[in-house]
Design a protein around this ligand. Structure first.
Ligand SMILES: [Zn+2]
Length: 276
């Protein structure tokens, strides 16, 4: 039986670029998240594939039909926090408030409370935000997908497959995103600029390599990455490269990987892994 992988979508708009000091002021008529999610839903439906959508609470509030339309298509609704502020910039109380506000809203909109969380820009950290893990568990979350084994934004020596984190409030399953191991360090091939930049053959080989060891690969994509005509914030060159360039349309690559490998939602993947 093939190993199941997980496709995850961080549902935010074109201007929710990681690490900005606050949410930029944009005109509501430039918002693109709904049609871009629609394109992803159509692609997934064509391939008969289910995915996990991490929604920002602020986006779900602005577009109240969005979470229900994703859930009705059979996908998992999970939480990306409320404001897109980095967890490292929040107090424990602010983090709990963001989680609860997003969980309450998504439950009201879809009838189910999310059990999965992903922090903006991999900003959960066992060293810098150890208090966040028991809060997640306490607020009803079963798994987290925010610890990336990457230099600079994560723990470059961190595990590449799922692992358990024991907290005073109970265990959490941590599911890291796909990276590619090289002698120079891990490459961010699982999503974002790396997914659009590195050769598709390398990404496919990385998924296959993990699957051969019985481990799932977790891919991630943002709606703006399948919206090549969308507006762009004026950013310094490195930030602009990470957010928008290169190869502005990730959809053909995603489609090729959905055809080649088997994918499911993160909650299903955690269910299977938890019983091993
Ligand atoms: Zn994000």
């Amino acid at each position: 039986m093939p190993v199941l992988n997980a496709l995850t979508i961080d549902v935010e708009d074109w201007y929710h670029v990681c690490g900005l000091p606050g949410e930029p002021v944009v005109s509501p008529d430039t918002e693109r998240v709904v049609p871009a999610v629609g394109r992803l839903l159509a692609l997934l439906a064509r391939r008969g594939c289910r995915a996990t959508f991490f929604l920002l609470g602020s986006v779900a509030q602005r577009h109240p039909g969005l979470a229900p339309s994703i859930a009705e298509a059979g996908h998992e609704i999970a939480s990306h926090g409320w404001s897109h502020r980095l967890v490292t910039g929040l107090s424990p109380e602010e983090f709990r408030t963001e989680l609860r506000r997003t969980g309450d809203l998504l439950e009201r909109q879809t009838g189910r409370r999310p059990v999965g969380f992903r922090a903006p820009q991999w900003s959960l950290c066992r060293r810098r935000t150890p208090w966040a893990f028991p809060i997640l568990r306490d607020e009803g979350y079963r798994y987290d997908s925010s610890l990336s084994p990457l230099p600079f934004v994560g723990d470059r020596r961190g595990p590449r497959g799922p692992f358990r984190i024991d907290t005073p409030a109970g265990p959490l399953v941590e599911v890291p995103p796909l990276v590619t191991r090289t002698p120079l360090g891990n490459l961010p091939t699982g999503g974002g600029w790396g997914f659009r930049f590195f050769p598709l053959g390398l990404i496919g080989a990385s998924v296959a390599g993990l699957n051969r060891r019985g481990m799932p690969a977790v891919l991630y994509v943002h709606p703006r990455e399948v919206d090549p005509e969308g507006p762009r914030l004026a950013l310094p060159p490195l930030r602009s490269f990470v957010a928008y360039g290169p190869r502005s349309d990730a959809a053909p690559r995603l489609d090729a990987l959905l055809e080649r490998f088997s994918f499911t939602t993160l909650d299903q993947l955690v269910d299977r892994w938890d019983t091993v």
